[in-house]
Design a protein around this ligand. Structure first.
Ligand SMILES: Cc1cc2nc3c(=O)[nH]c(=O)nc-3n(C[C@H](O)[C@H](O)[C@H](O)COP(=O)(O)O)c2cc1C
Length: 366
């Protein structure tokens, strides 16, 4: 904290424990996007602009993660984060259940004019252990994660290899567990946030706390620096997060709509149409609770008309429509992850967004 001429305390927007830890100029993190939505372009733009760019690598196997880190390093010497999903208890879906779900999807396949897929032998993504092995080998500057806490030996190796770790909490209790495990920084993710709720202690439906309430309580309960996430899309949001005691802000939705994110057009349009359209928390798109723009599929799910399998089978099922829905501009048949602050999103370039937040912050905090 600094004391200005009027004697008021104000947070230093440029330098704090978090910026030193993550080697960034401003306390601003571009949130990672899983499921293949991250781009190197966006990560590089944000890191080069003085924030920390992130890449969601949950769907990449070990060799692809190694290649990704090489590609990033060829584009920037700045710090960046690679994000993975810690595996929790997984529910198996039998081939018979999958076959029934595919049959119930018939009317949507007909709408898109595509053939129903065959039953896959597995819906599971790459093994976490293999991803971690690659990550420890290539040593990105920052490893962020969601849905749990990696094993102690993984966190120990990160520390030994100089990889800073960021865990994600949706409740104070989760933040305390991450803190005790020794993670270097903690994202406190309020329920305004776009994408999955990363809850791992209690069901996500019972872990819905807004950013304004969550952040100061996490700050009071942990020793690691706290990063506020959820509902932050401009300088006012970042200033508010710093006032609540966070040392940085993680912004997902606003960066996702930036040109460098290369988001499929129907998804980008949906984000830019909020608040005319609203967001909902739904399990429709993956079997896990996530915030998206409300559409035909989330409505069908709420009405019990959409087959609803557990994760990861549901994610596989909805993904079978993805490429056809994108090419046919059908935003009613796509997962449209998006946070509640989307109505503030401009859809400019990431460099401009970082610039406007930094200059706005300067004004607000002095
Ligand atoms: C499309 C999408 C995918 C996301 N995927 C991940 C992910 O894989 N891992 C993660 O830690 N956070 C993920 N998030 C959360 C963001 O990184 C960020 O914390 C969140 O979007 C912040 O809230 P905001 O959307 O209100 O800005 C995702 C968010 C979106 C919108």
């Amino acid at each position: 904290m600094k004391v200005d001429d009027s004697g008021m305390q104000r947070p230093d927007m440029r330098r704090n424990r978090l910026t030193a830890l993550l080697d960034m100029q401003y306390p601003l993190i571009q949130g990672p996007y899983g499921g293949g939505l991250s781009t190197v372009e966006l990560l590089v733009s944000v890191s080069e602009a003085g924030g920390l760019g992130s890449f969601g690598a949950n769907n990449l196997d070990g060799p692809s993660i190694a290649q990704l880190v090489d590609t990033i390093r060829a584009r920037t010497r700045k710090a960046f984060a690679i994000n993975l999903w810690v595996p929790g208890p997984q529910s198996d879906t039998s081939p018979a259940e999958l076959a029934r779900a595919i049959e119930r999807m018939g009317r949507w396949y007909d709408l898109l004019g595509i053939e129903p897929p065959g039953v896959p032998s597995s819906c599971a993504g790459p093994a976490f252990e293999q991803q971690i092995e690659a990550l420890l080998e290539v040593r990105p500057p920052v490893f962020s994660f969601v849905f749990g806490v990696p094993a102690t030996h993984v966190l120990d190796k990160c520390r030994a290899h100089g990889i800073a770790t960021i865990g994600t909490a949706t409740t104070v209790a989760e933040a305390i567990i991450l803190d005790r495990a020794g993670v270097d920084a903690i994202v406190a993710s309020g329920f305004e946030a776009g994408g999955h709720r990363g809850s791992f202690l209690r069901p996500a439906e019972e872990s819905l706390i807004g950013t304004l309430a969550l952040v100061p309580q996490v700050v009071d309960s942990v020793t690691a620096p706290v990063i506020a996430a959820g509902g932050i899309a401009d300088a006012r949001g970042v200033a508010a997060a710093l006032m609540l005691g966070a040392q940085g802000a993680q912004i997902g939705t606003a960066f996702l709509a930036c040109a460098e994110a290369n988001l499929p057009q129907p998804h980008r349009q949906a984000i830019l149409s909020v608040p005319v359209k609203e967001t909902v928390l739904t399990k429709a798109f993956s079997g896990r609770l996530a915030r998206s723009v409300r559409n035909g599929l989330s409505d069908a799910c709420a009405a019990g008309d959409l087959p609803l399998l557990p994760y990861p089978a549901q994610a596989w099922l909805i993904n079978t429509m993805r490429s056809a829905a994108v090419s046919q501009d059908r935003d009613d048949l796509l997962s449209l992850s998006c946070g509640q602050a989307a109505g503030l999103v401009q859809g400019t370039s990431a460099r401009e967004l970082v610039g406007s937040i930094v200059s706005g912050l300067q004004e607000l905090l002095t």
